[in-house]
Write a protein that binds this ligand. Sequence first.
Ligand SMILES: Cc1ncc(C[n+]2csc(CCOP(=O)(O)OP(=O)(O)O)c2C)c(N)n1
Ligand SMILES: [Mg+2]
Length: 329
Amino acid sequence: MAARKTVKKTNASGDELKQYYREMLLIRRFEEKAGQLYGMGLIGGFCHLYIGQEAVVVGLEAAAEDGDKRITSYRDHGHMLACGMDPGGVMAELTGREGGLSKGKGGSMHMFSKEKHFYGGHGIVGAQVPLGAGLAFADKYKENGRVTFTYFGDGAANQGQVYETFNMAALWQLPVVFVIENNQYAMGTAQARSTSTPDIYTRGQAFGIPGEAVDGMNVLSVKEAGERAVAHCRSGKGPYILEVKTYRYRGHSMSDPAKYRTREEVQRMREERDPIEQVREMLIENKHATEDDLKAIDREIKDIVNKAADFSRSSPEPALEELWTDIYA
Ligand SMILES: Cc1ncc(C[n+]2csc(CCOP(=O)(O)OP(=O)(O)O)c2C)c(N)n1
Ligand SMILES: [Mg+2]
């Protein structure tokens, strides 16, 4: 990945930067806490953390409007928090409790919110891509001006159903932003070992879908690219591809020892490109905030996450009768 591009001078306002700082920090601290609860045996099943990728959802949510939709893979906690879903409800779902957003019966990969237009949480790699185009089809049919953000990974980008979806989305000029979160790995497979052409954003060319690569460690770059994508979709020109170059600091899931990359590689990313640290520097260097202001935000976020964790442990497990509810049959 290219050397660091620290944006020291910025036109973004102090309030805007503080908002991004707060939102990214909430995801970071939430995921760290989820990792701890997992280690304590309080979270069962799979758990894929989003640490390192925070600028992607926070930047794109800043480009979204009320009523826009989002759908993603199993690495979904950040997307839920960024669109405003309740941290306590998300955490209690991870611990399989009654107060969870799927009443404790879905877990990490299966949460939804009609209110926030969040359509999951999908464990089958690439499965959410045609579903995302379907959501956009509904909006086009209703002529309501909404856009759907359809997130998927660099690994998922090699799936056949992605290209079937590109074809139909372009044919029907659907208002969908395909967001490829290129974190450079698909489980233990580096992109270079699995992908014939490295520039995934060009993959829509055969279908006439424009695309661009974005620095996904810089929330302002993500937001600007998101605004271009959304404007394209809303003006009726059809789909748009954003390949957002990012990096996950943790293993693929909690059970991944991450032997396929060096500690130094991860350390370098953390030290030189960290998305939260970049905004912290912008805030301090542009005198939008003092160290004390940022400490106050840190405390506020820690408090939200601790409350979510307390709720996720005190909420009871679902009653036995719940086994027979919410069944589609
Ligand atoms: C159809 C399918 N094949 C394989 C798997 C196993 N699997 C789970 S995640 C994953 C890697 C996906 O990587 P990527 O799309 O880059 O997303 P990331 O995990 O990096 O966010 C694989 C192969 C699966 N869940 N579904
Ligand atoms: Mg990946």
